[in-house]
Ligand binder design. Structure first.
Ligand code: C2E
Ligand code: MG
Ligand code: MG
Length: 700
């Protein structure tokens, strides 16, 4: 303790002015002031004696009027007086005003916040004689202050914990404050950012746009933009979603908030969606969509660079059979493992796709015929090793058709179609092999004389074969009928399309022996399958116009039916509209055929002789809607309308309607929707060899 001050305090002084002061205080303050007012006399040993307390003071301190004149220690309990005296001592010692806050609890448990000011009053010698204490109820102010603190904290939480970068800027664009996300996004520290203008972070080319956004915000409009790019500390472009908010204080715009959302996260999910759109979920390989895009790109580029590429169309032999007998789960396993093997042999500039189902495509860039052949061989040999599913060993083989750019097609669609065509011919020849597409596959290029010479010997050389394409009952999904389609595989000329040799056979009259052979084979097949399936199986054979007008036709059919003793209604003959033009000749023949009990269908309905009147006159059982109508169902409303009409018409005449050339699910959906009875097409199955058709559709 300061000895001098102690000495001073012990000297009691006469106080001529004290009365006056006392009077003044009590007059002015006593009545008017709501604050608690105490006047304490300072005594030696830091004792403080109550000289005065106003009513509020007495009341709040729980004092009586009689307490005036007593010391603080005498009036207040120690837990109140001790801390209080400390403040008083400080005021005495420093001679300066002391302000402190405390909480006073009232009788009703309400907490009141008080702010007390202790004003020391000194005599002429500078010795503190009195201390005037004024305590003000600041509860309201405190509540307001807490509210402000809380709202400030709420605001800070919004800003500081925001994953978006938030910049607070003034009207000139100077950065005043930023949140942690802003540091993270830009790579600058808060300090560095606070020395910058926001415009220094904007990508130069986007500055004009940014200025427009700012100008708009300055006049009070919140804005957003996706086109404004920012830059981080390293100069890397940031793709962001920009939002600006004006800071309005007392109706005046004082600044702006700039909020940036990093879109790279979003970009990631966009990437994922894109990945899913271009990849097959089962195998993880790129899908058909990716293939088409890639091919389009290649074709565009190759046009410039003039180089070749090869497309390998791969199909798993007998997959449908495996899938049906082993179940779809194993089917999926097969596809996955096949995909893995194909990926294993991938090399540079080689991409594997899953085209759909059990079909895969490999694109080999900068590859000519020879390398493509070698690669196909490699694919085949990769399948020499057996596969294992559920600890069972299986041998799985692929067949491969190859088309080469630009010789076999100059666009994606043609290349795929031609590779598929080549693949198909591999399948016909016995599978597990590869073949290049040859333009001859469409047109033999062989002269007609040679062709005819070969065709004459086709039957005896056993070069003809009937393939069977199933017809699906769209309501029950059952298969009880097939169309027999002729195949000619000549040892020298290879596979020749019926579209090519049938007209020649007609011209040369060879259609008669060939046609008879077909009828014989089909009747035998009806017999065999009806027995094997233990249910009636109907087979349709195509009868060409010349053949139809052949007098012998009725007799030949009758013979075959009798020879195999089959139910005549299981044999169906398909005749084109063209063959029926001459009604005088047609009607008696049809009647005779009908009398045999066989079914008669109109093939390629809608393409030929377009008068519908004959439908009523002819004893027709089945209408086969030509594939050209089916192909464009999706795009051509007219085709869709024609199909619907044909179906209605057929039904009203009591005929069965079969849609041909169904290749896609969408077409199936449409046909089901318009109540079409049956459908036939690649979507369900291609024309199949007897054994394959049997495995897939007769024996199960
Ligand atoms: P068609 O009677 O209209 O036979 C249908 C044709 O369409 C067949 O061609 C078949 O393979 C094909 N096809 C089946 N489903 C689809 C599909 O979903 N999309 C596409 N684009 N085509 C599909 P194919 O076997 O080349 O036969 C062509 C034509 O040759 C036949 O047309 C038929 O008129 C004639 N033909 C076939 N076999 C014989 C026969 O034994 N005798 C006679 N006289 N003609 C036959
Ligand atoms: Mg047909
Ligand atoms: Mg047809």
């Amino acid at each position: 303790m300061n000895q001098i001050k102690q000495a001073r305090l012990t000297r009691r002084r006469s106080k001529p002015a004290s009365r006056k002061i006392e009077q003044m205080i009590s007059d002015i303050i006593f009545r008017h002031v709501k604050d608690l007012v105490f006047i304490m006399e300072v005594e030696a040993g830091y004792r403080f004696r109550y000289l005065f307390a106003n009513e509020n003071g007495l009341h709040h301190a729980g004092m009586l009027a009689a307490d005036i004149g007593k010391t603080m220690e005498e009036v207040l309990p120690p837990y109140v007086s001790v801390p209080l005296q400390k403040h008083y001592i400080k005021a005495v010692n420093t001679g300066k005003e002391v302000v402190f806050h405390d909480e006073i609890s009232l009788e009703n448990d309400l907490l009141v916040h008080g702010e007390t000011r202790l004003s020391p009053i000194m005599d002429e010698e500078g010795i503190v004689q009195y201390v005037v204490a004024v305590t003000r109820d600041i509860t309201e102010t405190m509540i307001e202050k807490h509210r402000l603190i809380e709202s400030e904290q709420r605001y800070r939480s919004l800003v500081d914990h925001n994953l978006d970068a938030v910049f607070s800027i003034d009207l000139k664009g100077k950065i005043l404050d930023v949140n942690p996300a802003a540091q993270l996004m830009t790579g600058y520290t808060v300090k560095q950012l606070k020395t910058k203008k926001i415009t220094s972070l904007v990508c130069e080319s986007d500055l004009p746009l940014f200025h427009t956004v700012l100008a708009d915000t300055k006049v009070g409009n919140a804005k957003e933009s996706l086109d404004c790019r920012f830059m981080d500390r390293k100069g890397k472009f940031l793709t962001v979603h920009l939002k600006t908010i004006p800071v309005v204080i007392h109706s005046e715009i004082k600044g702006m908030y700039i909020i940036l959302r990093d879109l790279s996260e979003q970009a990631k999910s966009t990437e994922l969606i894109k990945y899913m759109a271009f990849h097959d979920q089962l195998t993880g390989l790129r899908n058909r969509r990716a293939l088409l895009e890639h091919l389009d790109d290649l074709v565009k580029n190759k046009k410039k660079h003039d180089s070749e590429f090869a497309l390998l169309f791969i199909d798993i032999d007998r997959f449908k059979y495996l899938n049906d007998t082993l179940g779809h789960l194993v089917g999926d396993q097969i596809l996955k493992q096949v995909a893995e093997r194909l990926v294993e042999i991938q090399k540079e500039n080689c991409t594997v796709y899953r085209q759909g189902g059990d079909e895969f495509v490999i694109v080999l860039e900068d590859t000519g015929r020879q390398i493509a052949g070698e690669f196909a061989q490699k694919v085949l040999s990769r399948f020499n090793d057996s596969f294992y599913f559920n600890s069972q060993e299986y041998y799985i083989t692929p067949s491969i058709g190859i088309s080469l750019y630009p010789n076999d097609g100059k666009d994606a669609e043609t290349l795929i179609k031609n590779a598929d065509e080549a693949l198909y011919s591999v399948k016909e020849k016995g599978k597990a092999h590869y073949q290049f597409y040859r333009t001859e596959m469409n047109a033999t290029g062989v002269n007609v004389i040679t062709l005819e010479a070969h065709l004459r010997k086709a039957i005896e050389r056993n070069e003809l074969e009937l393939y069977y394409q199933p017809q699906i009952d769209l309501a029950t999904k059952e298969i009880t009928s097939f169309e027999a389609l002729l195949r000619w595989n000549n040892s020298e000329l290879g596979f020749i399309s019926p579209a090519e040799f049938i007209p020649l056979a007609e011209d040369t009259g060879l259609i008669i022996p060939i046609g008879n052979w077909v009828i014989d084979k089909a009747c035998r097949q009806i017999k065999e399958w009806t027995e094997k399936a233990d249910k009636p199986i109907r087979i349709a054979v195509n009868i060409s116009p010349k053949q139809f007008l052949q007098i012998d036709l009725v007799r030949i059919i009758k013979n075959s039916i009798e020879q195999y003793s089959i139910d005549p209604s299981l044999l169906e003959i398909e005749i084109t509209e063209g063959a029926m033009q001459d009604t005088k000749e047609t009607i008696p023949i049809l009647k005779k055929l009908k009398d045999l009990g066989i079914k008669i269908s109109v093939d390629d309905f809608g393409t030929g002789y377009s008068s519908l009147s004959y439908l009523k006159q002819f004893p027709i059982d089945v209408l086969k809607i030509d594939q050209s109508f089916i192909r464009d169902i999706k795009y051509n409303g007219k085709d869709a309308a024609i199909i619907t009409t044909i179906i209605h018409l057929g039904k009203s005449l009591g005929m069965e309607v079969i849609a041909e050339g169904v290749e896609e699910q969408g077409q199936v959906d449409f046909l089901v929707g318009v109540d079409c009875e049956k459908a036939q097409g690649y979507y369900f199955a291609r024309p199949l060899k007897v054994r394959d058709a049997e495995e897939q559709f007769i024996l199960n």
